[in-house]
Design a protein around this ligand. Structure first.
Ligand code: ADP
Ligand code: MG
Length: 332
């Protein structure tokens, strides 16, 4: 096939805020996908989704399939923008469609669907101004998150708040900095888990990945904050969490978590690939935080490949599976 990899590339640009590029992909990831596609005999071209003439480019350069990892640059629907252009031009692409990408980028909307499907998700409230009265049903500690970001952008340890005063101070900063609504959730103490799903004719739930932050105490970080994700593996900062894949869980809990991720994948209508983030509390309730229909695919450091390797898959198997499932969907 003639395939275009569409991406947003991390760049050096000091004029941008320090987390501007966090969601974007490294050249290493793009090269790895390129290599995986070429060894299967595909022809590959590259499209930086930041180019201003995306519509014109795809209209002129017809390809068989877009391998989509583009996060998009602007606004609350950014992950859905390139897919919307491709839908309009009737060009097939890998991964979830426009609607699922837009929904998954909106944490509150995702949670409404999860609740309707009886999938546990932390109790929460959406703040538009930061001045709203806190729902008395919500119990401190609470965590504040920008409603439509990823890669833990805007999430630091100071976002875990223990009082009304801390809450309103921090809400003001998050709403102003990220120019969007803020989601406030009960902070779930327990295990950090993430679950990958890969489809290729059949649906495979990969071994669960448990991320243990107990080795990071010197850094002051104790969950998957922006700093933890951005500098993961930096020993001098103490930001080297321990990965357990499969997670240290009994069989029944493992099944419960995998079923929960699969239900989430289906509820949001994802295709081909997804990664669901879960906090398992001390009573074994798997609280779904969010689903990532465009999980990071860095071959060395991203969570999704770690889970695929634990299942005995190679990097090129992930890429081939996503591509073939998208291709079959197109033909069906
Ligand atoms: N309700 C919560 N309870 C405990 N930790 C949370 C909660 N919400 C988020 N976190 C922590 O913050 C991280 C990032 O939050 P998440 O909702 O997954 O957003 P993102 O899209 O930025 O990854 C999670 O992986 C987890 O470590
Ligand atoms: Mg997450």
């Amino acid at each position: 096939m003639n395939i275009a990899i569409a991406y947003n590339l991390k760049k050096e640009d000091d004029s941008k805020p320090p987390d501007y590029f966090s969601e974007f992909d490294s050249q290493e990831t793009i090269d790895a996908i390129d290599h995986a596609l070429k060894i299967k005999g595909h022809t590959v071209s590259f499209v930086d989704a930041e180019r201003s003439d995306l519509f014109g480019y795809f209209k002129k350069n017809r390809i068989d399939m877009v391998f989509n990892i583009a996060e998009g640059t602007r606004g609350k629907f950014r992950e859905a923008q390139l897919p919307a252009i491709l839908d309009y031009l009737n060009i097939p692409y890998t991964g979830s469609g426009t609607l699922s990408l837009a929904v998954a980028l909106n944490k509150t909307l995702t949670k409404k669907i999860l609740r309707a499907e009886k999938i546990p998700t932390p109790n929460s409230q959406l703040f538009l101004t930061g001045k709203e009265k806190l729902d008395p049903a919500l119990k401190f500690p609470l965590i504040i998150k920008p409603n439509c970001e990823g890669s833990a952008k805007g999430i630091s340890v100071t976002n875990v708040v223990h009082s009304h005063k801390e809450l309103s101070e921090r809400l003001e900063v998050v709403i102003k900095t990220y120019e969007q609504d803020a989601l406030v959730e009960e902070f779930i103490e327990g295990k950090e888990l993430t679950v990958g799903i890969l489809e290729n004719g059949k649906t495979t739930v990969l071994p669960i990945l448990e991320i243990d932050f107990s080795s990071c105490s010197k850094s002051g970080e104790y969950f998957y904050s922006w700093r933890m994700k951005e500098f993961q593996g930096n020993d001098s900062l103490g930001l080297t969490p321990t990965f357990h894949c499969p997670a240290r869980l009994d069989k029944a809990t493992e099944k419960l978590i995998q079923d929960t991720a699969l239900k989430t994948h289906r509820a949001i209508g994802c295709y081909d690939i997804s990664r669901t983030d879960i906090r398992l509390n001390n009573e074994n309730i798997p609280y779904v935080l969010e689903i990532n229909p465009l999980p990071g695919l860095n071959p060395r450091t991203s969570n999704f490949p770690i889970m695929a390797y634990a299942a005995g898959l190679k990097y090129e198997d992930i890429i081939d599976s996503v591509l073939m499932n998208a291709h079959k969907r197109r033909r069906a």
